[in-house]
Design a protein around this ligand. Structure first.
Ligand SMILES: Cc1cc2nc3c(=O)[nH]c(=O)nc-3n(C[C@H](O)[C@H](O)[C@H](O)COP(=O)(O)O)c2cc1C
Length: 305
């Protein structure tokens, strides 16, 4: 099927919506929905039009009409053996329906979570996601986190051009040594932000020379809070410890650390779960906020929060 060109990036949502609308229309009738549940609960597989009519308290032609609608929506199938007509479900259609509905409800729930977290933690909007990515994995996580928080995104790129070979030779050696690569941008002023989210790929069990340089390039970082994350094949090694220490040396308090392995990234639920961990670490109250909440006004004894 040809993809439409109405959205900038086609995610196939209009086609999915059309298919779902047809299914909902077929299911949007009390008797038809009851037929589906009766057929699903029938362990004998012999429930026929007459039985359904008796259970629903409607005529057999009315039941036949409902069955026809369910059949044209592709939800059920019938086969005739002798004088009997037996009904079965179209499993493929039913599981596609579930997948499509899951897709919509997941994005609706994500949106609800996002709004809830943003309302609970207005400082999320005031966050900056800083990352390095060689093959795009860390970038995709960073973009998801930014979409959730609504803050800014800063990608740092090394000025030296790594290829696959030089990444594994020079790059790994420089990572092991904790070296800093010259990067673009060479200065990252974080004064407008109250929260930093910093992400690195793992190279030779360490953070990359580019992200090491990004930490050194922070200006006005004293007193900021950060959540750090690493993406790797499965062995994070010292990468996050090293990154945390470097940030602490710049006066940043690291309030959360999350690792994404290749396996985590293959599973959308797991990835979203880890992204939620980043966001909930971000929404943890700072000691200042906690102090403000417990302060009382001298006259009224009311909470200031
Ligand atoms: C030079 C190099 C070294 C790597 N070293 C490790 C490692 O020590 N441990 C590990 O689990 N993965 C390692 N990996 C895999 C990457 O950390 C992983 O694929 C990461 O998600 C890539 O992120 P990116 O796509 O944002 O660059 C290495 C990859 C490269 C290119």
């Amino acid at each position: 099927m040809e993809r439409c060109t109405r959205c900038e990036i086609c995610t196939d949502q209009c086609r999915v919506a059309e298919e779902l609308a047809g299914t909902f229309k077929a299911l949007g009738d009390l008797n038809r929905l009851k037929i589906i549940t009766f057929l699903a609960a029938d362990t004998t597989g012999t429930l026929g039009v007459g039985d359904l009519a008796a259970r629903l308290g409607i005529s057999q032609p009315a039941v036949s009409q409902h069955l026809k609608t369910l059949k044209s929506a592709g939800l059920i199938e019938s086969r005739k053996i002798g004088f009997h007509v037996y009904f079965t479900f179209n499993r493929e259609r039913m599981s596609r329906f579930r997948e499509q509905f899951d897709q919509i409800s997941t994005s609706v729930l994500d949106r609800c979570d996002r709004e809830f977290l943003r309302a609970k933690s207005p400082e999320l909007k005031n966050s900056c996601v800083i990352y390095h990515s060689f093959t795009g994995t860390t970038r995709s996580v960073a973009e998801k986190v930014r979409d959730f928080c609504g803050g800014d995104l800063v990608e740092v790129t090394p000025k030296r051009n790594y290829g696959t070979f030089t990444a594994y030779t020079t790059g790994c050696l420089r990572s092991r040594n904790g070296d800093l690569d010259p990067i673009v941008p060479d200065l990252i002023d974080v004064s407008p932000y109250s929260l930093l989210v910093i992400g690195t790929p793992v190279w030779a069990w360490r953070s990359t020379p580019a992200i090491n340089a990004a930490v050194a390039a922070l200006s006005n970082s004293e007193g900021k809070r950060a959540v750090i994350f690493a993406t790797c094949s499965g062995q994070v090694g010292e990468a996050l410890t090293q990154l945390r220490r470097a940030l602490e040396a710049r006066g940043v308090t690291v309030i959360g650390e999350v690792t994404f392995t290749k396996r985590d990234l293959l599973d959308l639920d797991r990835t979203n779960d880890l992204i939620r961990r980043i966001i909930s670490a971000c929404s943890a109250e700072s000691p200042d906020q906690r102090e403000m909440k417990t302060m009382k006004t001298p006259e009224s004894g009311e909470d200031l929060s």
